[in-house]
Design a protein around this ligand. Structure first.
Ligand SMILES: Nc1ncnc2c1ncn2[C@@H]1O[C@H](COP(=O)(O)OP(=O)(O)OP(=O)(O)O)[C@@H](O)[C@H]1O
Ligand SMILES: [Mg+2]
Length: 168
């Protein structure tokens, strides 16, 4: 991955393979503190779930990590801190609301909350949050731009920027 950060992002990383995006997620996980929410934006197939899988691995999840497209939230209590992975793409079409989902409660549970397609939760998003936009830049290329709002999110990015390249 190379750092090619423009002025409108706090950090911009280029990925050249799914495994590299997953590795970025694993590295990001090391800096995520309990209660932090991470919003993943980007079109279908941009790599939001791949990145989340990396975050999950980094937090100690060994099993399957897939988008909770129909259940909207997947809980990983074995992660440290616990991981709550949401995919709100179908939420409004399914006639559900973030209130019914217990969205605010998840934020209070001391875990890391990762949200794909967060638009449905726009009115309830905390000011402190980490925003990631993933974009296609080729068949195997993706750009990941990060914006940190608040100290916890900024700390997470410092870790991601500062760590040396993994050797394995
Ligand atoms: N550099 C890359 N990083 C991530 N995924 C990549 C990359 N190159 C190719 N891919 C492929 O792109 C797809 C990304 O799928 P993924 O499920 O993560 O997308 P998503 O953003 O979660 O989509 P959705 O909105 O449908 O949930 C996978 O098939 C993956 O193999
Ligand atoms: Mg997904």
């Amino acid at each position: 991955m190379e750092d090619v950060t423009p002025h409108d992002a706090d950090l911009l990383l280029a990925s050249h393979a799914p495994a590299e995006t997953e590795r970025i997620g694993r590295r990001l996980a090391a800096g995520l503190s309990p209660g932090l929410i991470v919003l993943l934006r980007g079109e279908i197939g941009a790599g939001k779930t791949v990145l989340t899988r990396g975050i999950a691995r980094g937090l100690g999840v060994a099993g399957r990590v897939a988008s909770p497209t129909y259940t909207f939230v997947a809980e990983y209590p074995e992660a440290v801190p616990p991981l709550f992975h949401m995919d709100l793409y179908r939420l409004l079409d399914a006639g559900e609301s973030v209130a019914e989902l217990g969205f605010d409660d998840y934020l209070e549970r001391g875990g890391v909350v990762v949200v794909e397609w967060p638009a449905a939760a726009a009115a309830r998003l905390p000011l402190d949050r980490l925003e990631v936009r993933l974009e296609h830049a080729g068949e195997l290329e993706r750009s990941l731009s990060f914006r940190a709002f608040g100290d916890a999110a900024k700390a997470a990015l410092l870790d991601l920027r500062g760590l040396p390249e993994p050797t394995a």
